[in-house]
Design a protein around this ligand. Structure first.
Ligand code: ADP
Ligand code: MG
Length: 260
């Protein structure tokens, strides 16, 4: 589903009257079936942006529109967080079925759908395990399966692999891409890791320091499927450098203006 973000701003207020401007006038269109990465320094409003798109948080100005839906309608979205946020008292299957139970899907259908997802994320044989019996990488596979279970129109991922070791992260990046090729969701993938963003995405949206503004949208000219060997590709390195340059220039500008 195509997502249009229009003049979106968010200012957090607190009771003492102090306010934090987190996002400033973001305009961004995300195409149907696109894998869009969002990068930017810590605290620039990336999680805020995802939370607004998910409908968990109201914008201060502007809005998010889902093409083909009436204004104000919100399609199912699903979020995958950095902390795996699984229910420890539920098995792998129980975690994946959770959203389906909430939606009143019948037990048999739930089970069948969850089993298909177990297969999709490579957890066959682990259905009855509990989260504390799984590695971090496996837990995050459950997180992905649980998010996909509700058949979201848009999958929102907030630094999903940043708590994993480098090898597991690389493995899951490739697997997530394979899952995306098979399910063709629109994915918004937040990361502060530029290499990761370029490796995975069709385009990379680059946010400035807080308040987050959209500095650039950088297309990634790498073929698909993406392979690890592409990490050495000249186009890969060039795109990473380009984004680095944009973020550094923004940081230097803040210094020149006497910011922090
Ligand atoms: P990022 O995910 O890019 O690190 P966040 O979206 O989490 O950034 O936060 C952006 C800014 O908004 C930060 O300065 C953060 O401290 C502030 N912020 C986030 N959530 C709240 C909140 N509920 N109340 C007040 N300020 C917040
Ligand atoms: Mg964040």
């Amino acid at each position: 589903m195509r997502v249009v973000i229009e003049r979106l701003s968010k200012t957090y207020g607190d009771r003492s009257g102090k306010s934090v401007e987190a996002l400033q006038s973001i305009d961004l269109g995300v195409e149907e079936e696109e894998f869009l990465a969002i990068v930017g320094p810590s605290g620039c409003g990336k999680s805020t942006l995802l939370n607004i798109i998910a409908g968990l948080l109201a914008p201060s100005e502007g809005g998010v529109f889902f093409e083909g839906l009436r204004d104000g309608w919100h399609p199912p979205t699903a979020m995958v967080f950095q902390e795996f946020a699984l229910f420890p008292w539920r098995t792998v299957l129980g975690n994946i079925e959770f959203g389906l139970e909430e939606r009143g899907v019948a037990a048999e259908e739930r089970h069948a759908r969850a089993m298909r997802l177990v297969e999709l994320v490579g957890l066959v044989g682990f259905e009855e395990r509990y989260p504390n019996q799984l590695s971090g990488g496996m837990r995050q596979r459950v997180g992905i399966a649980r998010a996909l279970a509700v058949e979201p129109a848009v999958l929102l991922m907030d630094e999903p692999f940043s708590a994993l070791d480098a090898q597991t992260r690389q493995l899951l990046q490739v697997e997530l891409l394979a899952i995306w090729e098979r399910t063709r969701k629109t994915i918004l993938y937040v990361t502060h890791n530029i290499q990761e963003a370029v490796f995975m995405a069709d385009r990379v949206a680059v946010l400035s320091r807080r308040p987050g503004r959209l500095i650039a949208i950088v297309p990634v000219e790498l073929g698909r499927p993406r392979r690890e060997a592409m990490l050495g590709d000249a186009r890969f390195l060039h795109t990473v450098d380009l984004i680095w340059g944009l973020i550094k220039a923004d940081a230097q500008q803040a210094l020149a203006e006497g910011g922090s």
